[in-house]
Ligand binder design. Sequence first.
Ligand SMILES: Cc1ncc(COP(=O)(O)O)c(C=O)c1O
Length: 462
Amino acid sequence: MENTYRQFIEQSVEFPQDAFEVKNDALQFHGIDLMALVKEYGTPLKLNYLPSIGQQIEKARRYFDKAIDQLHYRGNYTYCYCTKSSHFSFVLDEVLKSNVELETSSAYDIYILRRLFEQGKINKETLLVHNGYKRELYAQLIADLINDGFNSVPVLDNQKELELFKTMVTKPCNIGIRIATGEEPQSNYYTARLGLRHRRIQSFYEEHIADSELFNLKMLHFFIDNGIEDSLYYWNELDKCLGVYCKLKRVCPTLDSLNIGGGFPVKQSLAEEFDYKSLTFEIVSHIKRFCEKEDIEEPNLLTEFGSYTVAESGATIYSIIDQKKQNDVEWWNMIDSSFITTLPDSWAINKRFILLAINNWDEPYERVNLGGLTCDNQDYYNVEAHVNNIYLPKYNEAKPLCIGFFNTGAYQNALGGYGGIQHCLIPSPKQILVERDEKGQLKTSLFAPEQGPESMLKTLGY
Ligand SMILES: Cc1ncc(COP(=O)(O)O)c(C=O)c1O
């Protein structure tokens, strides 16, 4: 008798785990019967399990607050949500229920903030950290917030931005500076284009900010593109940033915050395990040790976690609509959508996501490639994060197979141009929201149906 897909998974990784378990041959995600969802709404579909967002925020706060407490760290911790990870209203509504602060990255973000304010979901005390390269419109919209009394902190990406703000801001305000980080040795360049050179920061402060009546330098910000990890590279970059912080703090009394950016890790495979608690403890103790050595008051800490906040809430489900045997060893399971547009990171940066069958867990399994519907030969997925191949229940026309990619809730819609023109005009999938009511019962709703032809034709000028 052949081994089943269920046995294969149980032998390869710890299973069941976290949000995943199997009942009656089919996968449950946070207790959601995914096959029932597929029967009700059809595929392809994107779903967001909203309670996971608040749970992630609370977990991170607990880790930081506990580390601060145990280490007798004298600064506090603030959780900002990085809006570009998912700008959807249902995500912003959810994060704001957990009283987070917000971080923006471009001009149109500010229109969202204004809307949230009109709806009473943020107020003038909500901390608004403004990152990103600021052209005139973005700078003006930020300056308008400051002039209207919002708690906005523009983080300068370059020196010219200060000149822009000087012409726009009419009230004293707090500002931050982003430090350009060094890249890992294997990178194609040495230093990130974002932020100011670390050697220039002190003199820039002394020449342009120290005597200003308008601007108080409050925050230093740095963000490591690879994310927060326990690696020599990360600790070196953090040390470099702390070096700048301590030197600056000696001459700049208003400086009291260190924003360590985003990059809290997210699982790409069930085989991965992150010890968030120790990572957080190590970050806080590293900063404390550094400041003690330099005899500098510890900074308040801020994070701007995007992926960590929303990725785990998202799943993307497809049906296998056909199997093409193109030679004796390669079998292509065709999905009913496109990887390029629905999971663009899988195509652009070879990012992996947790992949599991939704049904047929008690069927034998086989090695396959997954193919998307566009005519682009790069529209495929064939390597798992923890094994070099993809294994799924055997294709059987009589028992149609559905598959799910998980932790897909961050960036994929924005990068895939959700709702716009899609490669080969394969429509954006429907979006389903899953929440819990007051009694804890699951409640699903359709946020948006599958994209229709009208919207694409209109954009295309027909
Ligand atoms: C300045 C800044 N903060 C926060 C983030 C969020 O990063 P992540 O989604 O990895 O948490 C990014 C992502 O690019 C960023 O550029």
